[in-house]
Design a protein around this ligand. Structure first.
Ligand code: SER
Length: 319
């Protein structure tokens, strides 16, 4: 068993639930402290310690770290792209303040490592859309993307100036069946599976040919842990790493689902999220992650669709 005490802020979100469960397997359940402002997620119950802790409350976080001897923190609390556009100032405050505060705490409390996620949302309409490079034109068009790019720069700054071992990934759209996404532009790719099983039809809020980078959650969790476990000298980027699995459109995802549910049908009613998606890359070049610390994805659209439909059918008691 590895000797770390890990604090997770935002443990009840889409990534937090599965990451907490995976880290508990690796580090021992009593060494991974799940926290959120919400009620404990049902899948976390009975799997280890849970506390209510606000990612914005620096004093409470510092006290928690001292009391429990925390050595690593994962900051997963954030407002995502679609929610952020409804309340830009709030998204900026939450996404930036929680990070800046944690970077300071990390220096003061001499944490071993911190993890903070970035996103494909840092890229914008002027970024080349195909095979988007690690370093390219970056002019984000959403407040979420602005906050993530500014955050990446702050991470790099704290690493250079104070030696903070902060690590980060630019997540694509994440697809999972255990925990629900919240407020993202890529959420259609999760909703579609629920509706395919329950109603055999789905109305997409993105148009049929909207290609976006996506990843199955199992890959995302494994990649996150591999990044965090890699020797520090392999982490050559202290901004955030491009991180890719697959790319597809709603139309292609529909075809993959139809292999299992032939009667499934889709219609399209693009809304404000279409404009957000139009500003994002269609595919990502993650060569740096692959060469620096050995990233390799496993799931393609077919393998993911098998897993999603199989597991959701059980969860929804349709199997
Ligand atoms: N899934 C996120 C979103 O759509 C991308 O980081 O906001």
């Amino acid at each position: 068993m590895k000797h770390e005490k890990i604090l997770i802020l935002g443990a009840c979100g889409q990534i937090g639930v599965e990451l907490t469960l995976a880290l508990r397997k690796l580090y021992g359940e009593s060494n991974v402290f799940a926290t959120d402002i919400r009620e404990e997620h049902e899948l976390l119950r009975g799997t280890g310690p849970y506390s209510v802790l606000d990612a914005m409350d620096g004093a409470a976080i510092t006290e928690f770290i001292k009391k429990e001897g925390v050595t690593q923190v994962y900051l997963l609390a954030a407002l995502l792209s679609a929610t952020g556009e409804k309340n830009p100032k709030k998204a900026w405050d939450i996404n930036m303040q929680s990070l800046l505060q944690l970077l300071d705490i990390s220096v003061q409390e001499k944490l071993n490592k911190i993890y903070w996620p970035s996103s494909i949302a840092i890229f914008g309409a002027t970024t080349p859309k195909q095979g988007t490079a690690q370093k390219t034109i970056v002019e984000p068009g959403t407040v979420y993307g602005i906050s993530k790019y500014a955050g990446e720069l702050w991470c790099q700054y704290y690493n250079a100036r104070w030696g903070v071992d902060v690590r980060s990934l630019r997540y694509p759209g994440l697809i999972s069946w255990k925990s629900a996404p919240g407020g993202g532009t890529t959420d259609y790719a999760v909703e579609i599976y629920y509706e395919a099983l329950k109603e055999q039809k789905y109305t997409s809020f993105l148009s049929e040919d909207t290609y976006l980078p996506m990843m199955y959650m199992d890959d995302a969790i494994r990649g996150t842990i591999e990044l965090m476990e890699a020797p520090a000298e392999q982490i050559k980027s202290r901004m955030s790493y491009n991180f890719a699995g697959m790319s597809f459109s709603p139309k292609e995802l529909t075809e993959a689902i139809k292999q299992h549910i032939p009667e499934f049908s889709i219609s399209y009613e693009p809304d404000y999220r279409q404009q957000i998606a139009n500003g994002w890359p269609q595919s990502i070049d993650d060569t740096a992650a692959r060469s620096d610390w050995g990233w390799k994805h496993e799931f393609d659209i077919e393998k993911m669709t098998d897993e999603m439909l199989k597991n959701l059918a059980v969860k929804l008691q349709l199997a």
